[in-house]
Design a protein around this ligand. Structure first.
Ligand code: COA
Length: 321
């Protein structure tokens, strides 16, 4: 028994902000951002909530899968930027969709979030506990950025992607790799909200995302190729058997480095960071929906999904589409 993806969906906020737009509110340029990251624009949520974006993505995925919201057994939401601390994004989404029979909870594994949620769904399905699971990954990171930190805020965007998964005899997830290194957590960090405990002295003010870009870069280029290779071997395949590699969209130079290390042409690495920037847990499912809707996947194709980011965390899965 395998866990197969039966439908995908995605949603981006209406407001698109180019690098040139950003150069009007901070000291940066299209040339700097594009040459170092490949990012040309990002969508920022001004009117939309994350619940609305994920609901839109989820509805498309459910429609393609031919499944009604009330048939869902489970909703797994991957996010680090839910609309509220309580209730979770997944419970808000359950209410929005009317998925009354689903159990719903969130997973926070930052940019590996969608991979970890998909891999969690895979375990529930293979053990037979649930049959119809909605996996969403989405973020509104713009509300958590330090807009005075130009080296970090220009990289990120908002949006959501979704996949509906269920059991299948032939196609689906063939192997999965997961990893974490909490000892390196401070290289990509967002501290908690202010402590309101009246007995605690020296309360800290609200903090925003901070990043040691070079350390994150080194981590990514070392870890991702190894995780991908391990997952491919575990699936009983070779790198040449893989038709498409859908990597977390953090930086084109990271993707180029992985392509070089794996000796696979860049043509097998579709990207959307030019238009979307880094959407953390939303990045892989949005890209997956793009390749799915644009007819870039044929039944039986082998694809790799891979995520990496804060925690530190990383994950890769090989699927037979
Ligand atoms: N516009 C213009 N100049 C900028 C800038 C911006 N947006 N951000 C930083 N700079 C400047 C810096 O101030 C610095 O200037 P200085 O040399 O005069 O001090 C210079 O550019 C180089 O900064 P540096 O931080 O050394 O750049 P870098 O080459 O390491 O690139 C990143 C920075 C963030 C693009 C790069 O480290 C990176 O992509 N890391 C991975 C981050 C990532 O993917 N995170 C998410 C993972 S999930």
């Amino acid at each position: 028994m395998r866990t197969r993806i039966f439908g995908t969906g995605s949603a981006l906020p209406k407001r698109k902000v180019s690098n040139d737009d950003l150069s009007k509110i901070m000291d940066t340029s299209d040339d700097w951002i594009k040459s170092r990251t490949g990012i040309g624009a990002r969508h920022l949520a001004v009117e939309e909530s994350l619940t609305e974006l994920t609901a839109k993505a989820a509805s498309q995925a459910l429609e393609e899968a031919g499944i009604l919201p009330e048939e869902l057994d489970m909703i797994l939401g991957a996010t680090l930027s839910p609309d509220k601390i309580l209730p979770s994004l997944s419970c808000e989404l359950q209410r929005e969709l009317g998925a009354v029979n689903a159990v719903a909870f969130d997973i926070n594994a930052a940019c590996s979030g969608f991979l970890f949620a998909l891999q969690t769904a895979d375990v529930y399905i293979r053990c037979g506990q649930y049959q119809k699971i909605l996996v969403v990954g989405g973020e509104i990171l713009s509300k958590m950025m330090d807009w005075n930190d130009r080296a970090t805020c220009v990289l990120f965007g908002d949006g959501a992607g979704a996949a509906v998964v269920g059991p299948d005899e032939a196609y689906g997830v063939l192997s999965s790799i997961q990893g974490s290194n909490g000892a390196k957590g401070d290289v990509l960090l967002c501290e908690n909200r202010e402590n309101n405990n009246p007995y605690v002295e020296g309360k800290k003010s609200l903090s925003y995302v901070s990043m040691n870009g070079q350390e994150v870069y080194k981590f990514a280029v070392r870890t991702v190729p190894n995780a991908v290779l391990k997952a491919v071997r575990q699936a009983g395949l070779t790198i040449e058997d893989i038709d498409l590699f859908l990597l977390h969209q953090a930086n084109i130079r990271i993707i180029e480095s992985v392509s070089k290390r794996l000796k696979v042409p860049m043509a097998k690495f579709p990207t959307n960071l030019e238009e979307c920037g880094n959407i953390s847990a939303g990045s892989v499912p949005i890209l997956l929906d793009y390749v799915n809707q644009n007819g870039m996947l044929q039944r039986g194709n082998h694809i790799v999904l891979a995520g990496f980011g804060a925690g530190l965390t990383w994950g890769a899965s090989v699927l037979s589409w």
